[in-house]
Design a protein around this ligand. Structure first.
Ligand code: HEM
Length: 181
């Protein structure tokens, strides 16, 4: 994944656990990259190793870390340099989630080697929707939940999210039911 993601992970860990923790996590993950370059593409394996080492060293379950990182991504990373992309994606959760593929196409103009996920919405109503999530990468459904939670916070909406299909239990993709209060 692009360095942008690894840098955001670094900022997230440093903000909550300090710089020394991040250095220890990099060492534990055998990652000897001094500083991730946002516009450079790195093997996915590096990101997975960093997440694994962070969970082990901080004694946090992967689902919890990924979920909190997802919220952080929307509320901080997305906000900092890419707030206008998020704003342009829509003004309601239904609209933004329906436009996620377009959003990543726009991101891909800046990051040409991007391998974005794909989303589709179903059962869209005023008080909720079903979100289908497709990715070539395994294990990131908890991050999607955190990303949606971050979008909800950004919009000042209280959400109830439940996973309705799960690749971990044999489904071909992950899906979520989202209720908007
Ligand atoms: C303006 C805000 C956003 C930017 C700049 C952005 C950019 C990116 C980038 C650079 C990656 C790494 C992919 C790669 O390097 O190949 C990524 C992955 C991802 N993005 Fe976004 N994104 C944004 C918003 C969102 C939102 C709102 C969601 C909501 C669900 C989302 C869902 C994901 C997921 C789940 C991945 C993990 C990769 C995968 O599943 O295969 N992104 N995004």
């Amino acid at each position: 994944m692009y360095g942008l993601v690894n840098r955001a992970l670094q900022e997230f860990i440093c903000q909550h656990h300090g710089d020394a923790s991040w250095q220890a996590i990099k060492t534990m993950a055998s990652v000897d990259v001094e500083l991730f370059v946002r516009m450079e593409s790195y093997p996915d394996d590096i990101t997975y190793r960093l997440v694994g080492a962070a969970c082990e060293s901080l004694n946090i379950a992967p689902a919890t870390l990924l979920r909190n990182f997802g919220r952080h991504w929307v509320l901080f990373t997305g906000q900092e340099g890419y707030g206008s992309l998020l704003d342009g994606a829509g003004s309601s959760l239904q609209e933004i989630l329906s436009n996620l593929d377009d959003l990543h196409v726009r991101v891909g103009l800046m990051y040409p080697a991007l391998k974005p996920p794909s989303f589709s919405c179903a059962n869209v109503s005023d008080d909720g929707l079903t979100l289908h999530y497709f990715s070539e990468r395994p294990g990131l459904a908890p991050m999607v939940i955190g990303l949606i939670e971050g979008l909800g916070e950004r919009l000042g909406k209280s959400l109830t999210i439940s996973q309705t299909s799960d690749r971990n239990t044999g489904a071909d993709h992950d899906s979520f039911d989202i209720r908007i209060a």
